[in-house]
Ligand binder design. Structure first.
Ligand SMILES: NC(=O)c1ccc[n+]([C@@H]2O[C@H](COP(=O)([O-])OP(=O)(O)OC[C@H]3O[C@@H](n4cnc5c(N)ncnc54)[C@H](O)[C@@H]3O)[C@@H](O)[C@H]2O)c1
Length: 384
């Protein structure tokens, strides 16, 4: 059955491939985005590796290629009247909420960025909750959280909840959360907002605790430069794997923050799309905050560096790693054992990080080698 899918933040790294994927499945898609990410990249001079066409041009190209229409509205979801009208007019079955300030370093730059992150992320989520309540309480909200909400506790990480026995009595609570940045703190607060309104108003919510996503290739974007999603490799918006791969191509050492034992759960962008599909096909129930951990493999920073070095050397790049002072306040060696049973149960077939996958991304980066600016990789934002 055709679904009406509203994608908040649909111009972003994950939102755009999600829009293409949902459109190619025959669903009706509306994107809302306010270009925050493009504007912030320009303001902090941390451009993506290659130029990205405007959202207008992107959807025109998609229409020409596939004869499918993706609707767009440029606007800020922190503007409640705007969001409410859009939701009222489009009547979505499902809303995928990507529209947040997504960078930990950005949130730690200073007071201006901290205030923006807090307001943008929390008011956006609150407005979405109210818009759904005002229009159709049965709309399924799929919200992007992060594995970073859990931090790195010295116990196994469950999916969302933990059963506690205390003085002979039992209760189930949200799993204890320990953020490592203000950005991650806003994700925890989003979860708390959703948990509250799920209980009082009976919303249907899936909160996805996602790990860092890598990859550039999906069925819809494959081999088509006009449709490619953004690729950031800078200290603010880039992820560690992107930074390492760009450093390998630029011929500079891969910079490992501190001891490099920081371990996280990662996933291929193909699996973000698959997980969203599975969440849409298996919606949360009314009054349910369903929390699913969304990653497929765990790696330490050192392990990622070693994988990139092996792949880079196999295609003739001469690469090594070096240690630099960690700009963040985080544990550099720790226990890490998160559960990811939920999506397995729903049928996820993971796409793993293989040498082939890394080499394919390296080849893409090589095409844009003359655009690389290694200066923007060095960390300037410090936690303390
Ligand atoms: N990319 C990852 O590895 C990753 C990992 C875990 C969680 N997430 C979460 O997934 C979501 C999407 O991440 P991404 O990497 O695609 O980020 P992104 O910055 O590329 O995309 C977010 C989009 O939302 C838009 N936006 C932000 N605030 C808005 C507002 N108030 N109104 C309208 N549009 C707004 C931005 O312009 C941007 O296009 C974020 O919530 C992020 O925290 C991402």
């Amino acid at each position: 059955m055709v679904k009406r899918v509203l994608i908040l933040g649909g111009d972003g790294f994950l939102g755009w491939p999600t829009a293409l994927h949902q459109s190619s499945k025959g669903n009706e898609v509306l994107i809302i985005d306010n270009y925050f990410r493009r504007n912030a990249s320009a303001e902090y001079k941390v451009h993506t590796l290659y130029e990205i066409p405007s959202l207008n041009d992107r959807v025109k190209f998609w229409k020409k290629l596939k004869n499918r229409q993706i609707l767009i509205e440029i606007g800020d979801i922190c503007d409640y009247e705007f969001l409410l009208n859009s939701v009222r007019n489009f009547k979505p079955d499902v809303i995928i909420h990507y529209a947040e300030q997504p960078s930990a370093p950005y949130s730690m730059i200073g007071h201006k960025e901290a205030t923006f992150t807090l307001k943008n992320n929390l008011i956006g989520t609150l407005n979405l909750i109210f818009a759904v309540k005002e229009t159709n309480i049965n709309t399924h909200i799929i919200k992007l959280g992060t594995m970073g909400e859990y931090g790195t506790p010295n116990i196994d990480i469950e999916e969302g909840y933990l059963k506690i026995q205390h003085n002979g009595r039992n209760e189930e609570f949200l799993f204890p959360r320990q953020a490592g940045s203000l950005y991650h703190t806003t994700k925890i607060q989003d979860t708390d907002l959703l948990y509250f309104y799920v209980r009082v108003w009976g919303l249907k919510v899936t909160d996805l605790m996602q790990g860092p996503v890598y990859g550039l290739f999906t069925d819809e974007m494959e081999d088509c430069d006009e449709l490619l999603t953004a690729f950031n490799y800078d200290e603010i918006f880039g992820t560690v794997l992107n930074r390492f791969m760009v450093q390998a191509v630029a011929g500079v050492p891969l910079t490992v923050y501190g001891k490099g034992g920081q371990t996280r759960g990662y996933l291929n962008i193909l699996d973000t799309l698959n997980c969203i599909d599975l969440a849409i096909q298996n919606p949360a129930n009314s009054s349910e905050l369903r929390i699913l951990n969304q990653f497929t493999q765990t790696f330490s920073v050192n392990a990622l560096a070693d994988l990139v070095i092996e792949a880079a050397n196999s295609i003739g790049l001469n690469t090594k790693k070096e240690t630099i002072v960690n700009p963040r306040k985080e544990m550099e060696n720790h226990y890490y054992n998160p559960s990811a049973k939920g999506f397995k149960k729903l049928g996820l077939k993971p796409n793993f990080l293989t040498q082939e996958v890394i080499c394919k991304i390296l080849q893409k980066i090589i095409r844009f080698k003359n655009k690389i600016n290694v200066e923007i990789i060095q960390p300037k934002t410090k936690w303390t």
